[in-house]
Structures are given as structure tokens and as C-alpha cells.
Write a protein that binds this ligand. Structure first.
Ligand SMILES: Nc1ncnc2c1ncn2[C@@H]1O[C@H](COP(=O)(O)OP(=O)(O)OP(=O)(O)O)[C@@H](O)[C@H]1O
Length: 352
């Protein structure tokens, strides 16, 4: 198992700096995700780990080894891409055997190892089939078997599930997590899909313009985003203007439209530019009353077990609220005036 470290790594393409003095430590044996919007530098970071991109400055280490100037095929990384990158006319066995043959492993060992990995991936019966005759999910499992059979120090995956349809994507998330845990290889996974990142990772680095905005467990990234950028990207939280009166023991007392609420201070202090982060389940609606914050329902989407509302606040802000729908639970119609309450689970975030 191998730890991967970046120390002050900078990468630019011509005049455009994509990564600037980026430092990052990826612990060994875990499932680590680089998450962020298109163009933020995720693939560039992954390609610098694989060795396809040479940093302008800084150091890339695998454990104690300095890999900065090591060519890609000497890094012992396994690679899985969105487009599978398989050889279409070769059969599944030969595709998986590719890396072992390149390493001049003897055929008896190749046969044993490939057979083991095809079994693990549920692909044994496809060994002799051309990869062009497989479904997308099967192809991606071949690509994974090919990456893992060489027993890589680091497994690198760039958007490996994006070409698959929604159901298969869900299935493959579980499959990938299970295999990763079983094999225990340090895994670095690139995605722009927050659900994918939250459901599979031990650690997530959310990126923004070539920098790491927040590195956290999935739980903390969702529940304790440090900035408004993170809160909006992960979970699409509501971000409301708020006046912070006081912070005591990490609980903030704040005012919204004259009503007082207690929420998690999340490291924020009075006087800082902050927003109130309200996930869709962290506000609740009830019949309008006096002495509360009232708003007007502007959209209702019934989703079966849940109903999603959009509510216009007197400040002009819009709030998205998801309520669990039971048989007898109240439903609010479009145009209704409703009272809004905020849970103590809500937290402040720095507005940057
Ligand atoms: N070979 C290249 N030459 C010039 N610019 C590049 C090159 N590769 C990437 N870039 C630029 O670097 C920036 C980061 O690209 P990168 O592919 O790392 O982003 P990403 O976060 O992986 O995005 P996506 O999710 O769209 O793949 C982008 O602005 C991109 O246009």
C-alpha cells in the first residue's frame, strides 16, 4: 500500500497556470476522490500522478520514492478511463493479460492471475469474447481487471462511470467500492458527480480553480462545508443572508428576518462575511403563523416519499425544502403562505 504526496506542485499549459503550488497527501489504501466542476484541474492532477504530465515545479512522491521524473510505465499505476481504452478486437483474456505480458511475466503465471481477476470481476465466462461484444458495464469491469491484475501501487480512475446509464452507474459504484476494499490498493478517483464522490470515498478533495477548496470525509464535506462554494457544490445547499449576533461554544445565535435561530458556528466568528447553509432537509414548513418567518410556496414537486418545495422569502431569496411525505402529513399548495423553521443542524459557512 502506497501513500501519494504532492509537494508544491505547479503545472501550466503555456501561459495558463492550472495547478499552483498544490500540496496534498493521499493516505495509503484508501479511496480518495478528486471532485470538482469541469476545468478545475482534476484530470491534470491525476495525469501528474500517472506521469503523463511533468510538473513545472514541485515533487510527487509514492511513499518515500520521488516519482517526479519517473516515466509513466515505470510508476506501477493502474489506469481506468471513461472510454475504457480496451483493444476492441482482442478478447477479454488478452486485454486483461496486456500489462503482465508487457512486464514479461511467464504465461503460466499470466494465466493464473488473469483467471483470478476475471473471477473476481464476474467475467470468467467472457474470457474468449471480443471486448467489442460486451456491454458498457462489462467493458468497464474488463478495464478494471486489466488495471488491477498488475497489482499496482496506485489505482487511478478518471470518470470511469460517466459513460454508463444511471442504473448501471449505481451498481458499479457498489462494485467498485467493494473491490477497492477487498484489494486495498490506494485509489484516486476523479469525478464531477458529488453523489458518486459521497457514496464511494474515504476522503474527498473538492477542487476549485486548481486549488483544494476542502479536504474532508464525505460526511464533513456535506454537513460541515467550510465555504459557500463547497456548500453549493456538495448538496446544492441553500445559502441565506444572516446576521450573526453571537458565538458561544461553537453555537451561533443569528437573526433572519428578525427571528432568532441557533445553528452550528462551524468555525465562523461574528463580523466575518458568512452565509447560513441550509440543506434541503434542514428547514421545515408548517402552516403560517405570527411570530415566525413566513414565505410563499412558488413550486411543488411530488416525488413519492418526499415533496420538494421552493419557497420565496420576504428578502427576495428562494429556499428549497424537501419534506418527507407520509399519508397524513401536511401538503402545501403552490401560492400558499407557510411558516419556515431552521434546524440546529444548519451551519454557518464563510462566504467566499
Ligand atoms: N494539454 C492541454 N493543453 C492546454 N490546456 C489544457 C491541457 N489539458 C488541460 N488543459 C486546461 O487545463 C484546465 C484543467 O483541465 P483538466 O482536464 O485538468 O480539468 P478537469 O477538472 O479534469 O475537467 P473535466 O471534468 O472537464 O475533465 C482546463 O482549463 C483545460 O482547458
Amino acid at each position: 500500500m502506497t501513500q501519494v504526496d504532492f509537494e508544491d506542485v505547479s503545472v501550466s499549459f503555456g501561459p495558463v497556470a492550472v495547478l499552483e503550488n498544490l500540496s496534498l497527501s493521499i493516505s495509503s489504501g484508501g479511496f480518495f476522490t478528486l471532485l470538482g466542476p469541469s476545468g478545475c484541474g482534476k484530470s491534470t492532477l491525476l495525469r501528474a500522478i500517472a506521469g503523463f504530465i511533468r510538473p513545472d515545479s514541485g515533487t510527487v512522491r509514492f511513499g518515500a520514492r520521488d516519482m517526479t521524473h519517473v516515466v509513466p510505465h515505470k510508476r506501477n499505476t493502474g489506469l481506468v478511463f471513461q472510454d475504457y481504452a480496451l483493444f476492441p478486437h482482442q478478447n477479454v483474456f488478452d486485454n486483461v493479460a496486456y500489462g503482465l505480458r508487457a512486464r514479461k511475466v511467464n504465461e503460466a503465471d499470466i494465466s493464473a492471475k488473469v483467471t483470478t481477476y476475471l473471477g473476481r470481476m464476474g467475467l470468467s465466462k467472457f474470457a474468449n469474447r471480443a471486448t467489442s461484444e460486451l456491454s458498457g458495464g462489462q467493458r468497464q469491469r474488463v478495464a478494471l481487471a486489466r488495471a488491477l491484475v498488475i497489482e499496482p501501487d496506485v489505482l487511478l480512475m478518471d470518470e470511469p462511470l460517466s459513460a454508463l446509464d444511471a442504473n448501471l452507474r449505481q451498481e458499479m459504484r457498489l462494485f467498485l467500492s467493494e473491490i477497492q476494499r477487498e484489494v486495498g490498493v490506494t485509489t484516486i478517483f476523479v469525478t464531477h458527480d458529488q453523489d458518486e464522490a459521497l457514496s464511494m470515498s474515504d476522503q474527498i478533495a473538492l477542487m476549485r480553480n486548481g486549488q483544494i477548496e476542502q479536504l474532508s470525509t464525505p460526511h464533513d464535506l456535506h454537513h460541515r462545508p467550510r465555504t459557500s462554494y463547497t456548500a453549493a457544490f456538495v448538496g446544492g445547499a441553500n445559502l441565506l443572508a444572516v446576521d450573526v449576533k453571537d458565538v458561544q461554544n461553537e453555537t451561533a445565535t443569528c437573526l433572519i428576518l428578525g427571528s432568532e435561530f441557533r445553528v452550528a458556528a462551524n468555525g465562523c466568528r461574528p463580523g466575518e462575511p458568512v452565509k447560513l447553509c441550509v440543506h434541503h432537509q434542514e428547514a421545515s414548513l408548517s402552516n403560517a403563523g405570527s411570530d415566525t418567518i413566513n414565505g410563499t410556496v412558488t413550486a411543488v414537486v411530488f416525488l413519492g416519499g418526499q415533496t420538494s418545495y421552493q419557497v420565496a422569502l420576504p428578502t427576495g431569496e428562494h429556499l428549497k425544502v424537501t419534506q418527507t411525505t407520509g399519508f397524513n402529513s401536511p401538503q402545501f399548495a403552490n401560492g400558499a403562505t407557510v411558516s419556515i423553521d431552521f434546524s440546529e443542524q444548519c451551519c454557518l459557512v464563510r462566504d467566499v
